[in-house]
Write a protein that binds this ligand. Structure first.
Ligand code: ZN
Length: 226
């Protein structure tokens, strides 16, 4: 069954919804595991479509997405890796496969953090979307390892997440925030096989909420159960 993914792009300031059928074959050249175990990818595609329909798969260089010269993401579609916006095929070697999308992190109900973020919004210094109901929308990147699913994926917050919460220092190696170097989340003592949807739902969402609580003055050990 084919999976359709989508993204809203802006052309000359106008939003346009673009969708495409994810072409698994064009990712087989990127990672051997896609070729050997395509069902691992189709499972992730189907689960993510059901639970996080705005997320999509793109190509990565280490921890970051590879951008087209026009600035948009490059995705697997129609037999090649090509740009969402201008359709230019990507040339050159591709090393990584990544999921990108946003998660809603509840700020409403905190003692201090929500007020601090609202002040940033009023002074034009809030760089992440905030919903009217008090959820901060945080971009997340999830990079597949070389031998999925024998190894954990690498998961990263948008650089603005910690500064928005007022705890900029946490975005590097930090034991109390469960963060590793390079802004990578520390999510697993030891990896247990799970799908990307479950990494997102069961590990990243609680990890993000814990950051909000710690920024709000709560004790880390009350919010990280490991
Ligand atoms: Zn382009």
């Amino acid at each position: 069954m084919s999976v359709i993914q989508q993204r809203t792009i802006f052309t000359a300031g106008h939003p346009e919804d673009v969708s495409w059928v994810v072409d698994i074959n064009s990712l087989k050249r990127v990672k051997d595991w896609v070729d050997e175990y395509p069902s691992l990818l189709t499972t992730d595609l189907n689960q993510m479509k059901a639970d996080f329909p705005q997320w999509f798969v793109t190509i990565a260089s280490r921890a970051n997405p590879v951008a087209c010269s026009c600035g948009e993401y490059i995705v697997p579609k129609e037999g090649q890796l090509s740009c969402i916006s201008c359709n230019s095929p990507h040339r050159g070697h591709v090393r990584g496969i990544m999921w990108v999308g946003m998660i809603p992190v509840q700020l409403a109900g905190t003692d201090k953090v929500y007020d601090r973020v609202l002040q940033k919004a009023q002074s034009g210094k809030l760089y992440l979307p905030l919903t009217e109901s008090g959820y901060l929308l945080v971009p997340i990147r999830i990079v597949y390892p070389g031998n999925w699913n024998r190894e954990a994926p690498s998961c990263y917050y948008d650089d603005n997440f910690f500064s928005t919460l007022g705890i900029s220092g946490a975005n590097s190696t930090s034991h109390s925030h469960h963060m590793l170097s390079g802004g990578k989340m520390c999510l697993f003592d030891s990896w247990q096989v799970m799908t990307i949807r479950d990494v997102l739902r069961n590990r990243i969402l609680p990890h993000a909420l814990a950051q909000v609580r710690i920024a709000d003055g709560k004790r880390p050990r009350d919010w990280f159960t490991r």
